[in-house]
Design a protein. Structure first.
Length: 181
């Protein structure tokens, strides 16, 4: 009888320890050959909190996981989850959400949509500035692998990597000379 009780206790302890293992599933990032294992509590929390999210991509980042998806209002949403065991316990659904791009001044919706379509998840912010001949130019800040890069767009969504190249009023490309700078 003692052996049966001992066997039941060992099985119960083994079952209890097995129940604490975090179950994972694999997600392949769009346009990449990398396959990631997202912890089950994080995936479940995301699917419960954001049931309407489609085209979701997951990426690991130094002790965090983040999901990226596009909302109906044409904004890119990043949702970050910590991988610390304390936060993976059910009931401690700690995450934060960031909607990009950051809009620093008034930007027409058509310019925002064009920038999102061109740059996707690397788009960080858009600011209106005045170019040569008082033309409106949009400074677009991109975040790629932790470094920032700046490009410029005009209202027609033409992209320039040099602020000295802008579209003039007659829609011809004008390059500023050294005297005009």
């Amino acid at each position: 009888m003692k052996k049966i009780i001992l066997a039941v206790m060992v099985l119960a302890a083994g079952y209890a320890l097995n129940a604490q293992t975090t179950v994972v599933y694999k997600v392949q990032s769009a346009g990449s050959n990398n396959t990631y294992s997202v912890p089950e509590p994080i995936r479940t929390n995301f699917q419960t909190t954001y049931p309407g999210a489609t085209m979701v991509t997951w990426e690991p980042m130094n002790g965090w996981w983040y999901a990226t998806y596009k909302e109906d209002n044409n904004r890119i949403i990043f949702v970050y989850y910590s991988t610390q065991p304390y936060y993976l316990v059910k009931g401690r659904d700690v995450n934060y959400k960031v909607a990009l791009p950051v809009i620093n001044t008034y930007i027409p919706e058509s310019v925002i949509a064009a920038a999102i379509n061109i740059y996707g998840a690397s788009l960080y912010s858009i600011t209106t500035i005045k170019g040569a001949n008082n033309n409106v130019v949009y400074q677009v800040c991109l975040m790629e692998n932790g470094t920032t890069k700046t490009v410029w767009m005009n209202i027609e969504s033409a992209v320039f990597t040099d602020i000295n190249k802008i579209r003039a009023g007659d829609d011809k490309l004008k390059v500023k000379t050294d005297e005009e700078k």
